[in-house]
Design a protein around this ligand. Structure first.
Ligand SMILES: [Zn+2]
Length: 154
């Protein structure tokens, strides 16, 4: 029998009587610690109260990269945020100097433009994937750079 040792009084928050909640958004964000403040600021700016955070290395890179298992995993996570928590929006993110994109940017190519294109590619892929689902909210693209945080539009 595994042994349980309580290490804190803080556990699951109670968001409603039955434990359910509606997510403001499903957010695919890179694990890179340097982008945390940008995320917290964005949540405040967009007035997201309850977000489903899907935090993986590279953020949108997993969706637009060459590995089908990474893409399928992330698309499923987004789907679950919609189906289980009724997420109203989707945010895809990446950032400058991301280790997951570093060796993929052609030499001489403008990094911000390259990443913006990858975000748009991811936004379109996610929107197409979700077409059969009852989701009508926006799929946003967010690029965190050294100079600030940028919303990317197609
Ligand atoms: Zn990264």
């Amino acid at each position: 029998m595994p042994r349980l040792t309580k290490i804190s009084d803080i556990g699951l928050e109670s968001l409603s009587a039955d434990g359910s909640y509606q997510a403001s958004a499903a957010i695919v964000w890179c694990m890179d610690r340097r982008a945390r403040r940008a995320r917290e600021n964005l949540l405040q700016m967009l007035n997201y109260k309850l977000e489903d955070l899907i935090q993986v290395a590279g953020g949108v890179q997993g969706i637009v990269g060459r590995k089908p298992h990474a893409r399928n995993y992330l698309l499923r996570q987004i789907e679950l945020a919609l189906l289980k928590h009724g997420a109203r929006e989707i945010v895809l993110m990446t950032h400058q100097d991301c280790a997951m994109f570093k060796d993929k940017i052609p030499i001489g190519r403008d990094e911000m433009k390259f990443l913006a294109r990858k975000l748009v590619q991811g936004m379109m892929l996610v929107a197409k994937h979700l077409e059969p689902l009852p989701f009508v909210g926006p799929v946003r693209g967010v690029l965190v750079g050294h100079a600030g945080t940028f919303e990317v539009a197609p």
